[in-house]
Design a protein around this ligand. Structure first.
Ligand SMILES: C[S@@+](CC[C@H](N)C(=O)[O-])C[C@H]1O[C@@H](n2cnc3c(N)ncnc32)[C@H](O)[C@@H]1O
Length: 398
């Protein structure tokens, strides 16, 4: 694929965008949370600050690749609770959208707006097909429980000629110093879609790092990733197996547990049990493979960090979707290069800045900015913000 340019829906503080910049692929993110946008601006990432639902492919005519990590409910697949019903709703809507039905009014009736948000990437993909400019590649990311949604979205994309691959990837198998599982969809229009190949061994408690597939590298530890002067143990705020006393523990010789918005509640102690400073934002970002000098900004930084896809994992996924060879990918994830904030001689700010403005929207897009700012009290752990901010101009159909 040539001249790829990505539009990233629900772009957060820029996990996927950082990966795109490493791969030198131009990217613009749509994000409505003022705090995440503050980080994006500080990082020099091109950003449209607004509600994804207020835009569509015609607003980003240069984009050839669609990416997205929409906020989602926790779908409890086992059992028959509200999660299962929400999942059934989403799967049903995905089918109707694939059949060209206008589901706008029905989606607006739903109590939980995340049901509609998780279908936004499909709305964009179908709208792009309808306007005769289908995306050449599509990349979606969320927690593992969303895999059935990606499969339903995948079926809809296959009906429009895409090749689709879906699956759950483990971040530590791609060199991220953290165990984190993510449901990924990759769709390609003109080529076969395939998931990226793992490069590192899976982490298993009490299985030595050097055991396992000799073709793969050892998993990366927190000690490898962070610049601390002594070995340490992270004591989770949560009990395991429902027992609050049985706190989860990981040593610096292991990958971190999944980084969430609550990471600052975890204690960090020496092997002998002495308290040490808790993780800084920079360190939490590094456990997610953000550059050490990534310029976190705004409020709720821990939540911003916990919401993001690890850039290193995103680089592997994007490289698979865009057919980048090993050499490009290896150079992209080699690390060690400072990020440098916008306004400096940034190495990584967008390859295609417009007028030097980091939040660069094209004039037509600029005119459609969301008029309200985000109310922080409506922000929820899953990254959902706010309610519909104004009448939306587009119907939710292809
Ligand atoms: C799971 S996070 C995505 C993180 C991102 N992929 C990254 O790697 O940094 C979901 C994001 O969607 C944003 N969001 C929620 N509803 C939105 C909407 N209607 N329009 C735009 N952004 C929205 C949230 O503020 C949050 O940052």
């Amino acid at each position: 694929m040539h001249a790829a340019e990505i539009v990233d829906l629900f772009a957060g503080p820029g996990g996927l965008d950082v990966a795109a910049c490493w791969l030198t692929v131009p990217v613009i993110g749509i994000e409505m949370d003022a705090d995440a946008c503050a980080t994006r601006r500080a990082a020099g990432l091109r950003t449209e600050e607004g509600d994804v639902r207020a835009f569509g492919p015609a607003d980003f005519p240069d984009a050839t690749v669609l990416a997205g990590g929409p906020p989602c409910q926790t779908y409890t697949v086992a059992g028959s609770g509200a999660g299962r019903r929400a999942l059934d709703d989403v799967l049903h809507f995905a089918k109707r959208m694939a059949a060209d039905e206008d589901v706008t009014a029905d989606l607006a009736e739903l109590k939980d707006e995340r049901t509609a948000l998780v279908l936004e990437p499909l709305r964009w993909a179908l709208a792009a097909v309808e306007r005769g400019r289908p995306y050449e590649a599509i990349v979606l990311e969320q927690v593992p429980a969303v895999l059935p949604v990606w499969k339903a979205v995948g079926e809809a994309l296959e009906s429009r000629g895409y090749s689709v691959a879906c699956g759950v990837l483990c971040a530590e198998e791609f060199g991220v110093p953290q165990t984190r599982r993510r449901a990924i969809l990759i769709a390609r229009l003109n080529d076969k879609a395939e998931m990226p190949k793992a490069t590192h061994r899976p982490y298993r408690k009490r299985v030595p790092r050097d055991a396992g597939d000799p073709e793969r590298k050892q998993w990366v530890t927190m000690g490898d990733a962070l610049d601390r002067s002594e070995p340490f143990v992270v004591v989770s705020n949560y009990g395991t197996g429902g027992d609050p006393k049985a706190r989860g523990r990981r040593t610096s010789a292991e990958p971190a547990a999944t980084v969430t918005g609550k990471i600052s509640r975890n204690r960090v102690v020496t092997l002998g049990g002495l308290e040490r400073p808790r993780f800084t934002f920079a360190e939490a970002g590094q456990l997610q493979t953000f550059p050490a000098d990534y310029p976190w900004a705004g409020r709720d930084i821990a939540q911003q960090i916990g919401n993001a896809i690890p850039p290193r994992l995103a680089a592997h996924v994007l490289a698979a979707a865009l057919d980048f060879g090993d050499e490009v990918l290896t150079a992209a994830v080699s690390g060690g290069t400072p990020w440098k904030a916008a306004g400096t001689d940034s190495t990584y700010s967008s390859p295609r800045p417009e007028n030097g403005d980091a939040s660069f929207p094209a004039p037509a897009v600029r005119a459609r900015r969301s008029v309200e700012t985000v109310n922080p009290t409506t922000r929820q752990a899953a990254g959902v913000v706010g309610t519909v901010r104004r009448e939306l101009p587009q119907t939710i159909r292809r």
